[in-house]
Design a protein around this ligand. Structure first.
Ligand code: TNX
Length: 460
C-alpha cells in the first residue's frame, strides 16, 4: 500500500539529497507551479533565484517551509528541473511536504530516442512526447530520422528523399507516412530547447538506407532502382563506399542537418551494416566521421563504429547485449565517451512480458525492474563511470501504429531509465522506486496518457 501522506522523497528520479521537515507543509495551486517560467522572481509563494554555482549546470536546491518555497540554481536548466520536482510534489492537492532537496544529475546525457522512420510521428506528437519526457528530467531527444522504410526530414536540394522516402514505414496499412519539413524540425528543436531538451538528429548510414536508395538510384552499386520496403528486416541496404556520389550525398545531408540543429551532437548511425564489407565499412566511416566536426558537431554512432579509428570527440552508443564491448572499451581507452543503451535494459520497444501485444523480444523481455535494477558503470569491462556521457532509452517503432502505442511502451519504463541516468547509484533502490512509481498511474490517467499497468507495481 502507498503511504497516506505525501513525502518529500516522493519524486522520480530520486533526488541526490532529501532532508524532510515532517511537521511542515506549504500549499500551492498545482496549476501555478506548472505555469512557472524557469527565471528569477521574488514575488508570490514560490521564489526562484539564480546563483548557486556549487550545484552545477543542472542542479538545484529546493526549500519548502511553512512560509513558502525557494528554488535556487546556478542556471535556468537547474530551475527548470527543480520546477519538475516541485510539480511532482504539488500533484493532486498542492500540499507540499516541508524540507530541503539538493539535487544534481549523475550523468549529463539523459536520453530518449524515437524512431520516426518505421512509424512517423508528427511535430505536434513529438512535442507532446517531449513534455512527458522532460517531467522525468530527460534532457536529450534523439530522433532516428532515416531508415530502410522511410526518410523523415526535408533536405534542401534532395526533394525525392521525402517525396519518395516519406512512405508508409513498416506495415502496409498507411499508418506511418510523413516527414518533417525543415521549418517543422526547427519548431520541434525550439520547443524542446525551451524545456532544456537537446535534439540529437540521426542519419543512419552506411546501412539502413533503402529509402534513400529508392529516392536516388544513382546511389546504388549498379545505378539500378531498388524497391521500397515496408517489412522490418535489417542489414540488407548499404551506401557504396567506393562511389564519389555517395560522399556528395552524405556531405550535403550532414551539412543540412547540422545547419538545422543548434545542439552539439550529430548521430551518424553505423549499426547493423550486414551487407557492407568490413573494408568498405571502415573506408566509408573514415571519410564520414570527420564531417560532423567540419560542420561544428560531435559525431555520435552506434557502437559498431568503435571498430574504426574514431576522430576526437566521437561518442559511442552501446546497444547490442550480444556484443562483449571490447571495441567499446578500446574506444574508452583512446579517450572517447559512451552512451549506455543496452537493449536488454533500456530498449522501450522490447515487450514487458509475454502478453504485451506490441513490441519485439530479440533482446528478451524488459519488465520495469529490469529497466531499473542495473548500474550503467558496471555493465562493460573497461567502461567505468568516468567514461559515461550518459544513458539513453531508444524506442524503435516497427510495431507502433499510434501515440497510444508509443506511450504504452514508454510508461512506466522511461521513468525507470530516467532514474538510472539522474540518481547516484547509492541513492537508488527498487523497493523505493516501485513505491514512488505507483503514484504516477492516476496522474497519467488524468493527463490522458496511455500506460502499462505493470504487475510488479502496487498501483492504487
Ligand atoms: C536493432 S538498435 C536496430 C534497429 C531495430 C531495433 C529493434 C539498432 C542500433 N538497430 O534497426 O529497429 O534493433 O529493436
Amino acid at each position: 500500500m502507498r503511504p497516506q501522506t505525501k513525502r518529500l522523497a516522493d519524486v522520480i528520479p530520486a533526488p541526490a539529497l532529501v532532508v524532510p521537515e515532517p511537521a511542515v507543509t506549504f500549499t500551492v495551486a498545482p496549476e501555478a507551479v506548472t505555469a512557472l517560467a524557469p527565471e528569477p522572481r521574488d514575488d508570490g509563494p514560490v521564489r526562484l533565484e539564480l546563483g548557486a554555482d556549487e550545484l552545477g549546470p543542472e542542479g538545484y536546491r529546493l526549500e519548502i517551509t511553512a512560509a513558502g518555497v525557494t528554488l535556487r540554481a546556478a542556471a535556468p536548466a537547474g530551475l527548470f528541473w527543480g520546477l519538475q520536482t516541485l510539480r511532482q510534489l504539488a500533484a493532486d492537492d498542492g500540499v507540499l511536504p516541508g524540507g530541503v532537496i539538493e539535487d544534481r544529475p549523475r550523468f549529463a546525457y539523459r536520453g530518449a530516442m524515437l524512431d520516426l522512420a518505421r512509424h512517423f510521428f508528427t511535430a505536434d506528437e513529438i512535442r507532446a512526447h517531449v513534455d512527458l519526457l522532460a517531467q522525468f528530467k530527460i534532457n536529450h531527444l534523439h530522433l532516428h530520422l532515416t531508415d530502410d522504410q522511410g526518410w523523415r526530414l526535408e533536405i534542401p536540394g534532395w526533394p525525392r528523399l521525402t517525396e519518395v522516402g516519406g512512405g508508409p514505414g513498416t506495415g502496409c496499412d498507411g499508418a506511418g507516412p510523413g516527414y518533417l519539413t525543415l521549418a517543422e524540425y526547427a519548431e520541434v528543436v525550439a520547443y524542446a530547447a525551451e524545456r532544456f531538451v537537446t535534439v540529437v538528429p540521426e542519419i543512419d548510414m552506411p546501412g539502413h538506407v533503402n529509402a534513400a536508395l529508392v529516392a536516388y538510384p544513382e546511389l546504388t552499386a549498379d545505378g539500378q532502382p531498388v524497391a521500397p520496403r515496408t517489412d522490418a528486416e535489417v542489414g540488407y541496404s548499404s551506401l557504396v563506399a567506393g562511389k564519389e556520389e555517395t560522399y556528395a550525398f552524405v556531405e550535403a545531408v550532414l551539412k543540412a542537418v547540422a545547419d538545422a540543429t543548434p545542439g552539439p551532437f550529430l548521430h551518424i548511425g553505423g549499426d547493423e551494416c550486414l551487407s557492407t564489407s568490413a573494408e568498405d565499412y571502415r573506408a566509408f566511416l573514415t571519410r564520414v566521421l570527420p564531417l560532423p566536426a567540419k560542420y561544428g558537431k560531435r559525431p555520435v554512432g552506434w557502437h559498431e563504429i568503435a571498430a574504426v579509428d574514431l576522430p576526437e570527440g566521437a561518442v559511442v552508443q552501446y546497444w547490442r547485449p550480444q556484443d562483449e564491448g571490447t571495441e567499446v572499451a578500446a574506444a574508452v581507452a583512446a579517450g572517447h565517451q559512451v552512451i549506455m543503451s543496452p537493449a536488454d535494459r533500456t530498449y522501450l520497444d522490447m515487450k514487458y512480458d509475454e502478453t504485451t501485444p506490441i513490441g519485439l523480444d530479440w533482446a528478451g523481455l524488459v519488465p520495469v525492474r529490469r529497466a531499473y535494477d542495473w548500474d550503467p558503470a558496471d555493465r562493460l569491462p573497461g567502461v567505468p563511470e568516468t567514461a559515461l556521457l550518459g544513458v539513453a532509452a531508444p524506442l524503435w517503432s516497427e510495431t507502433l501504429r499510434s501515440v497510444a502505442d508509443l506511450q504504452y511502451l514508454t510508461f512506466p519504463r522511461l521513468p525507470a531509465v530516467a532514474e538510472v541516468a539522474w540518481t547516484p547509484q547509492a541513492g537508488r533502490d527498487w523497493a523505493s522506486f516501485r513505491e514512488r512509481l505507483a503514484g504516477f498511474g492516476p496522474r497519467w490517467d488524468a493527463a490522458g496518457v496511455t500506460w502499462f499497468r505493470a504487475p510488479e507495481i502496487d498501483w492504487p
